[in-house]
Design a protein. Structure first.
Length: 208
């Protein structure tokens, strides 16, 4: 049984998709906690309503990034996570924090990385005239929105698309992609090899 801690900053729809898939598909895992850096994050309400333990570590109460990350790490580790899932967690993380969770922290980013790290990805795809846009789940490394790629989902960019229409189309795919990737981790099917992720075949069902 793996412990998952999910970090959010807002709406939390990707967190919700992971929680629902875990429950519906009976993964060998449980959501140990949902933690937000914003007390008003909408996603906290969903987690509380499901009886999931929640915590808030408000970044504005800390003078430096290092102090905040240290407090966050302490809170996360109380829940003994096997995996930390960043789901719309809008913070740049310090290197020691990232190092502490090396190989056990995933992020979802709304672009086909390595294209468009950072913010404003949907508009960038539109402005560049891209025919295709997408989302990426990757292991978190010290460099923002980099790190070994687990899986990507693609959507077309359609004529007349705005940031809103494109992000809404992509979000539907994110809600399938992130549960898929987290489940692979939970089932021990991800191996990082020289910066690349290998997806292992599912374990054979054991017979007696
Ligand atoms: C998603 O688009 C995700 O890819 C990005 O931030 C957004 C979070 O949305 N990292 P939500 O909070 O999961 O609804």
């Amino acid at each position: 049984m793996k412990n998952i801690v999910i970090l959010i900053s807002g709406r939390g729809s990707n967190m919700e998709a992971v929680v629902r898939a875990l429950d519906a598909e009976g993964w060998p895992a449980r959501i140990a906690a949902v933690i937000s850096n914003k007390p008003e994050a909408k996603g906290l309400e969903f987690a509380r309503a499901r009886g999931i333990p929640t915590a808030v570590v408000a970044n504005k109460e800390y003078a430096t990034r290092a102090e905040f990350d240290a407090a966050l790490q302490e809170t996360i580790d109380r829940f003994e996570p096997d995996l930390v899932v960043l789901a719309g967690f809008m913070r740049i993380l310090t290197a020691p924090f990232v190092e502490h969770y090396a190989g056990r922290m995933l992020n979802i980013h709304p672009s086909l990385l390595p294209l468009y790290p950072g913010l404003g990805t949907h508009q960038q795809a539109i402005d560049a005239g891209d025919r295709e846009h997408g989302a990426t789940v990757h292991f978190v490394t010290a460099e923002l929105d980099h790190g070994p790629i687990v899986a990507q989902a693609r959507v077309p960019v359609l004529p007349g698309d705005t940031e809103d229409t494109l992000s809404a189309r992509l979000l539907v795919e994110e809600h399938k992609l992130y549960p898929y990737a987290v489940r692979l981790f939970v089932e021990d099917r991800l191996e990082i090899d020289n910066g690349d992720v290998r997806i292992l075949a599912p374990a054979e069902p054991t017979s007696i």
